[in-house]
Ligand binder design. Sequence first.
Ligand code: NAD
Length: 299
Amino acid sequence: MPAKILDGAQLAQTMQVEMKAEVEELLRQGRPRPGLAAVLVGTDPASQVYVKNKCLACEKVGIQSFKKELPEQTTQAELLALVEELNRDPAVHGILVQLPLPKHIDTLAVIRKISPLKDVDGMGPESTGLLAAGTPRFLPCTPAGVQQLLVRNGIDVTGWHAVIIGRSNIVGKPLALMLLRDAADGNATVTVCHTRTGWSPQTGKVDIEKLQALTRQADLLVAAAGRTPKLITADWIKPGAVVVDVGIHRLAPKKLCGDVDFDSVKEVASTITPVPGGVGPMTITMLLRNTIASARAFL
Ligand code: NAD
């Protein structure tokens, strides 16, 4: 039987309707409207689209967005000064600096400048440390979206073996920490794979069968490698597994696919996310959720 499809677009829509009601309730109580500042440096077309979509999503749920567009030649000092100004602005509850930044800017220094209380992207050192300690404040948006997709579809990973392909700071690593937590949405046993999984010093090569031996043990497999379209085929999957595909590859101007070969894997897995329409729409939704949570915490 083909796998059940986890519809991220639908869930994102549902959650945004819930958040709109939550914002309206805050306003009825006389509380300030939640506000998100989105900072964009330069004219990278993809980044422009991402920021525009984030601001549009804010509007949909009633969050005030403050779009700050700076020219490519903005200096690091100027950018840090803007972040400082936003840190002090009481109408701003969340600050998002769209990455990548131009090469002459030290990205880490900018992320560190964001007030930990407004770090709604969950990428700063305090957010990361709190997550590692098992007491998160703001969860990074993409792994939080993965977790919500599971929870809101009644998938309990307690006692499961979760295998994550990818160890980036933005997806794989924080997701591993989230699934490990002693919490209702955690308690999995987690294996994190990366480009050196299956590495042999003798041959100087990676033995992909060693990676596949791990993925075949996965009750939950999360693919966040982003290198090879449709890398993961049916023979990598334990029958009945839940498969979440974070990867995004553009095959043609309007044709996207993931790290997972959806057509073959859906015949083996019990549950699977599509690309597009799976994890992607959940990411922005989690940013909105963090911003509302931040506004509540400020009160
Ligand atoms: P990244 O390049 O920073 O990290 C990729 C990780 O995958 C690395 O840790 C690497 O070691 C590992 N990896 C790569 N190829 C591998 C292989 N063949 N075997 C084992 N491990 C391998 O990328 P990222 O920022 O974490 O993003 C990963 C993918 O997720 C990309 O396709 C990206 O576009 C997508 N993404 C989607 C969303 C979303 O909202 N849907 C958000 C962020 C990233």
